[in-house]
Unconditional design. Structure first.
Length: 291
């Protein structure tokens, strides 16, 4: 009886223990499921937070890029504006330079037209003497030149004006003095044959003496002495080769050169200054000298 009663209690306690363990297992299972759910939610929230953060970073990067592009765009516009202003200034400078060059060309053209008209007028007034073979008229180095053969004016080796040479010079003076504002250079030339027996020791002295003789005769014939210049070139400005009689005869001559006036010299000075400026610009920059 006592054994049956003890066995019943044992069974009762066993049932209670098993039930308690089942309940405990159920509670643990439920708690684990809750923990798993919390962990899943936490992972989801973490992923959402990570995505949000990544999105924020992306938006921040986009904003930074937009700001950089905007800044660079503004800088680019500023650079373009400066380039346009510089280009405009360069174009204006070129336009001004072109206008100045055009004005100079117009002045030079006007001067050339005046010289051409003068040459034509002088040639027309000397037409009678040209047709008679007493002289020739031409242009050399941009200057109008009246040329008379030395043989007509002087004997060989002499600077004394011959009687036959006086008439054409007097006629020439009557034409040239009609241009009182012009200056004339009387130039003596010889061939390259050494001077023979003469009062002059060289062709240079002979050419200069002949130029002075003609200059003085023109002045005595009514031309303004202040407008006359005498020069001797000797054999050093030939118009023909000196290896033939005809060539040497051409080189023995007296030339009356129409000199440029003040305005023409001004134009020449401007041209010379322009050439000098271009030459200076073409020179390489000089290196600094050592101290």
């Amino acid at each position: 009886m006592n054994g049956s009663r003890g066995s019943g209690w044992w069974t009762f306690f066993l049932i209670i223990a098993v039930g308690g363990m089942g309940y405990l297992a159920y509670r643990l299972y439920g708690r684990n499921r809750s923990l798993d759910g919390d962990l899943g939610r936490t992972r989801t929230e973490a992923q959402n937070c990570n995505e949000t953060l990544q999105g924020a970073r992306t938006r921040s990067s986009d904003l930074e890029k937009q700001f950089t592009d905007c800044t660079m765009g503004r800088g680019g516009d500023k650079v373009k504006q400066e380039e346009l202003e510089k280009l405009s200034q360069d174009m204006q400078n070129n336009l001004n330079a072109t206008k100045a060059e055009l004005d100079e060309l117009r002045e030079e053209h006007a001067d050339a037209a005046k010289r051409l008209a003068l040459f034509k007028t002088l040639g027309e007034r000397l037409r009678k003497m040209i047709d008679a073979g007493k002289l020739t008229v031409g242009v050399r180095r941009g200057q109008m030149i009246v040329k008379l053969p030395a043989e007509v004016l002087f004997a060989s080796g002499s600077a004394q004006l011959s009687p036959d040479g006086q008439a054409p010079l007097r006629e020439l003076a009557s034409v040239l003095k009609q241009f009182p504002d012009r200056r004339f250079m009387i130039a003596g030339h010889t061939d390259n044959v050494p001077i023979g027996p003469s009062n002059y020791k060289s062709n240079w002295e002979l050419s200069t003496a002949r130029a002075v003789t003609v200059t003085e005769f023109l002045a005595s014939s009514g031309m303004n002495p202040a407008k006359l210049v005498a020069a001797g070139y000797s054999e050093y400005d030939p118009v023909r080769a000196n290896n033939t009689d005809a060539g040497r005869s051409e080189n023995r001559r007296i030339e009356i050169v129409l000199l440029p006036n003040f305005t023409e010299l001004t134009g020449l000075a401007k041209a010379a200054a322009a050439v000098s400026q271009k030459a200076d610009q073409a020179k390489p920059a000089a290196s600094a000298a050592p101290h």
